[in-house]
Design a protein around this ligand. Structure first.
Ligand code: ARG
Length: 254
């Protein structure tokens, strides 16, 4: 083969290698979410996945060089999917708890929330109560509703008394329906989500804005995936430092 052809072949080979790298898609980060929790994850009027968590992870994806692929699932299925390694991360307004930390690792907290009471709009018997008085009533004869496996459920289990009942629903919409159809007296829910729902369901429900417990939200990952945790934590830290996280928080919480 002449030198000319050798050089030509080498040139073509180099060109091929470069084009493969240039076109190679970013590695995908599979994220499980339960889009039934406005303003964190929900479908907007155009049917697009939207919310605080969604924008947060898209931005993290940009910063760590991964393309986000969402996997929609029921809330109860998210942590088991992280543990089984079927998804890379669980992102669903997940409250960080020591109990959950036995199963998965959590990112640095990215926002805070609280549990509050939701009652029927015309129920004014809770209006002026402080936390202690509220908890005393929750420990009496009462029907409490909340969602299965939510932090509100664990809280309700603690305060529930012998004459009270506790019902867990699959999602917030079902829990609200059970409240205004009078299957329950009260509902315990994450404050920001309850506030948004009360705006929409204006004449049906209202929130009693007394903090029952406070909490941090984090992104859940497999305990073995320490590399991903480092990357996500770094991304969140830079988002705190450059003001991106604050901007997102103000936009979605108001
Ligand atoms: N913060 C609560 C918890 O972690 C509720 C989260 C529900 N999230 C959802 N996308 N439905 O238990």
């Amino acid at each position: 083969m002449s030198d000319f052809y050798k050089i030509l072949l080498e040139f073509i080979a180099i060109l091929l290698i470069f084009s493969v790298f240039a076109c190679s898609p970013k590695r995908v980060l599979v994220v499980g979410t339960s889009p039934d929790f406005m303003p964190y994850e929900f479908f907007d009027a155009d049917g697009r996945l939207s919310g605080f968590d969604i924008e947060l992870i898209e931005e993290i994806g940009k910063r760590i060089g991964r393309k986000i692929e969402f996997r929609e699932m029921e809330f109860t299925d998210i942590l088991p999917a992280v543990v089984a390694g079927n998804i890379d991360a669980g992102l669903s307004a997940l409250t960080i708890t020591t109990q959950r930390m036995q199963e998965v690792s959590f990112s640095t907290p990215y926002t805070t929330n609280a549990q509050v009471l939701v009652v029927k709009y015309d129920d004014d018997t809770w209006d002026d109560l402080e936390k202690d008085a509220i908890e005393e009533r929750l420990g009496g004869t009462i029907r409490i509703g909340t969602c299965e496996n939510y932090i509100g459920y664990f809280y309700a289990e603690k305060v529930l008394g012998e004459t009270g009942t506790l019902s867990g629903y699959l999602n917030f919409t079902e829990a609200i329906e059970a409240l205004y159809n009078d299957f329950n007296d009260v509902l315990i829910m994450d404050r920001i989500v309850a506030l948004k729902a009360a705006e929409i369901e204006e004449n049906n429900i209202k929130i009693i804005d007394v903090t029952l417990t406070t909490e941090n939200y984090g992104i859940a990952m497999n305990l073995n995936n320490t590399k991903l945790k480092d990357q996500i934590d770094n991304a969140i830290t830079t988002m705190i430092e450059d003001g991106t996280l604050e901007r997102l928080t103000i936009f979605w919480k108001e």
